[in-house]
Design a protein around this ligand. Structure first.
Ligand code: GAP
Length: 425
């Protein structure tokens, strides 16, 4: 974990937010490479969940909604964590995180017996105020899950699109939670991104089981298709006492992180909870009106980004390699002129670089020895390095080196783009 956190900072994947002012707990900024990685994860998700399906449409709802939404959805009443407070230093902890509570007493107050308050519910919704007149400000919430934007637009989507049950509405966007104990790097943040599907089905037990199982498998397969190691993934069903207020059944997809098995996507059977609370329904072709059930897949973009990074980190002798799937790698290739002060080499390399970056993100490096340049690209997960050398000037070929095997071969300049395209298949 420490190695990945330090790599993330050093190479520009993830920085603490507002660091020059001491940072702020639970907030993170994505640097140039982290932005690309996160964007690639979201693009792949969108392709598989919307673009390549005929039964899902997309949505992009606002972050702040009428506060009534959160009353109807049950979040004002029930979206809370049980908290205990240390009576000595007034630090608060989640009552269900027994290890953290013990650790605090041992580390911070080793010589005294720590007393704790009884657990109290602490609402996670982040409040804000709108308007300019002081005593007429409207109290609103930053959305605690992106989900409600889908439900409040259910009728709009039905009226403006030819969708029929079973169908889904997908969305990616920011959510905010007043987490009491943000931590484990980006894992528990106060601002984070979700990628979610709300899939509407007929209110029928058999349909419910069928689609719940379908989405469980489809979502796990997606992580495997992008190279996550199978042994680092597992399902975990929620016990009755840990289910969210809206869930009939819930299964998490967990990753075997250095800090233990950790949820990063939830498959939830929300039944008719949300549409009923918003007084919405659906009429089928026969004119029968009913409240559909919802199967939800809710993944965290930041948690996926962290776990893709952890899963891809390898040390191979002295070499550090991020074996990210080529579809996720921030740069798809790097182009090097063998030496920076030989104009003919630089000109050819520039042409290759300009040509490839019309289609893909490509790195350019002309500093230092070639071995160091390879090492630098391995560490950020660039799948291919293309080097223009003296032979290139004679026979119009370049070397292309593979990140994972470190093997090199010569290919014609004309073949560089198709070589990179093939990796993206
Ligand atoms: N709409 C359902 C929902 O929001 P959730 O299990 O509370 O369900 C879904 O959240 C996903 O959102 C989680 O699996 C996780 O990936 C991400 N997530 C939730 N809280 C988070 C936090 N504090 N920091 C980072 N990601 C978080």
């Amino acid at each position: 974990m420490d190695k990945v956190v330090s790599l993330a900072k050093r190479r520009g994947f993830i920085y603490p937010s507002s660091e020059i002012y001491g940072g702020i707990a639970g907030f993170w900024d994505y640097g140039p490479l982290g932005t690309e990685l996160k964007r690639n994860i979201k693009n792949e998700w969108w392709k598989s969940m919307v673009q390549r399906r005929t039964d899902v449409v997309g949505l992009d709802a606002s972050i702040i909604m009428n506060p009534q939404v959160w009353k109807a959805s049950g979040h004002v009443e029930s979206f809370s964590d049980p908290l205990v407070e240390c009576k000595l230093c007034h630090k608060r902890f989640r009552a269900d995180k027994k290890e953290e509570v013990k650790e605090h007493a041992k580390k911070e107050h080793p010589d005294v017996k720590v007393e704790w308050t009884e657990p109290r519910a602490f609402n996670l919704l982040v409040k804000t105020e709108l308007g300019v007149v002081e005593d007429k400000k409207l109290e609103a919430y930053l959305r605690g899950e992106i989900t409600q934007g889908v439900f409040v637009n259910f009728k709009n989507v039905l009226d403006s699109n030819r969708v029929k049950i079973p169908f889904g509405i997908a969305q990616i966007g920011k959510a905010f939670r007043n987490e009491i104990t943000p931590g484990n790097f980006t894992y528990r943040s106060r601002e984070f991104e979700q990628m979610e599907l709300e899939f509407f089905i007929a209110p029928d037990e058999t349909e419910g089981v069928k689609w719940f199982e379908y989405w469980k498998k489809t979502r796990l397969d997606w992580y495997l298709s992008l190279g996550m190691n199978k042994v680092h993934l597992r399902y975990r069903d929620h016990a009755d006492d840990e289910k969210a207020h809206y869930a009939k059944h819930a299964t998490d997809i967990e990753y075997h992180a250095p800090f233990g098995w950790s949820e990063f996507e939830g498959i939830h059977h929300r039944g008719d909870w949300d549409l009923t609370r918003h007084k919405l329904s659906y009429k089928n072709d026969e004119g029968k009106e009913f409240v559909p059930w919802v199967i939800e897949t809710s993944g965290g973009v930041d948690r996926s980004t962290l776990f893709f990074l952890l899963d891809a980190y390898f040390e191979d002798g002295k070499r550090v390699v991020l074996k990210l799937h080529p579809k996720l790698a921030p740069y798809k290739a790097a182009v090097f002129p063998l030496v920076a002060n030989k104009e003919e080499l630089v000109d050819v390399a520039r042409k290759i670089y300009d040509n490839v970056r019309e289609e893909y993100m490509v790195a350019w490096d002309d500093r230092g020895n070639i071995g160091k340049r390879y090492a630098s690209q391995d560490e950020i997960g660039t799948p291919s390095c293309v080097t223009v050398d003296y032979q290139t000037l004679d026979d119009q070929t370049v070397t292309i080196r593979d990140r994972d095997t470190a093997e090199q071969k010569r290919i014609p300049i004309d073949g560089v783009l198709s070589e990179i395209r093939n990796q993206q298949l």
